[in-house]
Design a protein around this ligand. Structure first.
Ligand SMILES: [Zn+2]
Length: 261
């Protein structure tokens, strides 16, 4: 059936009236909703309908209202130890083919995912990444793992250090303390005393921006800690992420200077 739209029948007038009522209601509702701001403040609603319909220019120009621009997400850098290009350095290796690079990349990727979930912009960087030159971030962590040689029962646990060349030892030491405390709590792994010159003179930290707090972690020994390194990478990643968050959120991690061997 086709309705004749050219007639002015009572039905058509009725329909037009209904449509007009709907339009006016919609206009009022739309106006009311636009009066709500992201701050949760409503304007003009106490003054009756007349005020609602007045143009909102009076408060649009208010210089005391913040502009709702999204703030940039802070950046965290994660260096995957021995992740190179184009060289084939894989770090420590085990007789069966497990490499430190396998372990580092796995843990680093999971750490990145956790910190992204927390709302940060997280860069996964190669060992000699060109982005490290003047690198600016709220924190930078280089992830490594220790030897796969059978060095006895002592060769177990994790190490955390900052580069002695750092321009901000205060920041770096707090980051180290935070990672030390949270990694230890989260994973239950023991701290392995014995920071090597390799860690404290770590090359990657000399190029970065002087305000970037940086630390290096040896997540465990490939030989004695192989099980947790390969079976529970999520837990280890959580330990590192918790450490970084502890630093960023200024949480308590009152520990002695962990750079001391
Ligand atoms: Zn390494």
């Amino acid at each position: 059936m086709i309705m004749d739209m050219n007639t002015n029948s009572p039905t058509r007038v009725k329909i037009m009236r209904s449509l007009l009522t709907i339009s006016v209601t919609a206009a009022i509702l739309a106006t009311i909703f636009t009066l709500f701001t992201p701050l949760g403040i409503t304007y003009g609603l106490t003054g009756g309908v007349g005020e609602i319909f007045s143009p909102p220019s009076a408060f649009e120009a208010d210089p005391f209202l913040p502009t709702p621009t999204p703030s940039p997400r802070p950046t965290i850098g994660i260096v995957v130890g021995h992740w190179g290009y184009p060289d084939d350095d894989v770090g420590a290796t085990c007789p069966d083919g497990l490499t430190e690079l396998n372990v580092n990349l796995d843990i680093a990727t999971r750490t990145q995912a956790i910190l992204q979930q927390e709302g940060f912009n997280v860069d996964l960087l190669r060992e000699y990444d060109e982005r490290l030159e003047g690198y600016k971030a709220v924190a930078l962590v280089s992830i490594h793992a220790d030897s796969c040689l059978p060095l006895g029962n002592e060769a177990s646990g994790f190490k955390v250090a900052y580069a002695l060349a750092t321009a901000r030892p205060d920041k770096a030491n707090r980051l180290v303390s935070c990672i030390y405390s949270r990694y230890s709590e989260t994973t239950g792994m023991p701290f392995h005393a014995g920071i090597t010159p390799d860690m404290t003179s770590y090359h990657g930290f000399e190029e970065i921006h002087s305000e970037t707090a940086a630390a290096i972690i040896e997540t465990g020994f490939l030989f004695n800690d192989r099980q947790i390194l390969t079976q529970q990478p999520d837990l280890l990643a959580l330990g590192i992420a918790n450490g970084v968050l502890c630093y960023i959120r200024n949480e308590d991690a009152s520990l002695p200077d962990t750079n001391q061997p």
